[in-house]
Design a protein around this ligand. Structure first.
Ligand code: FES
Length: 173
């Protein structure tokens, strides 16, 4: 092999490309100036990773732990607590439907089913074959008087009923 040539990596053995280089490192530095400790910047640091990679792998968590001086287990505990952090690749549009009791009584399950059908995702947590949609159920979104509330990416939409779902999905195509 000539000097400088790179062998094709085997699946699962690809060299890890750090997130916190260049612009992302600058952004992290700026974020850190706004927090009293490095640990306090954990949530925005994880956002930077998700913006860069689309989801947060175990290796990403280890990198965040390293740059913030935390343990990987601590970072994983935070990532797994919040549904907005993706632990696997998801569709371009991430749909979160509240199915906690007050919304459930008002028909949230039918809203979930309508999203699974209209997007082609078919199953909760799965991604549609076109890679555009992932639908999950979440706990109370804080809009119990406006069942059923839905988050599509960063858009908060209240009073969603099954008959409104097709139009919503079309809007995001
Ligand atoms: S129970 Fe659905 S928003 Fe609170």
């Amino acid at each position: 092999m000539s000097v400088g040539a790179h062998p094709t990596p085997q699946p699962g053995t690809e060299e890890y490309q750090p997130v916190f280089v260049g612009k992302a490192l600058e952004q992290l530095g700026e974020i850190l100036t706004r927090y009293p400790t490095r640990q306090a910047a954990l949530l925005p640091a994880l956002w930077l990773v998700q913006q860069a990679r689309g989801w947060i792998s175990d290796r990403n968590m280890a990198e965040v732990a390293e740059v913030l001086g935390l343990t990987p287990a601590y970072v994983k505990g935070v990532v797994t607590f919040y549904t907005m952090y993706h632990q696997h690749p998801v569709g371009r549009h991430f749909v979160q439907v509240c199915t906690t009791s007050p919304c459930n009584i008002c028909g949230a399950e039918a809203v979930v089913k309508a999203f699974l059908d209209a997007t082609g995702a078919k199953e909760l947590g799965a991604t549609s074959p076109d890679g555009k949609w992932t639908v999950i159920e979440v706990e109370c979104l804080g809009a119990c008087g406006f069942a059923t509330p839905v988050l599509i990416n960063d858009d908060f939409i209240e009073s969603v009923t099954p008959d409104k779902v097709s139009d919503l999905v079309r809007k995001y195509k």
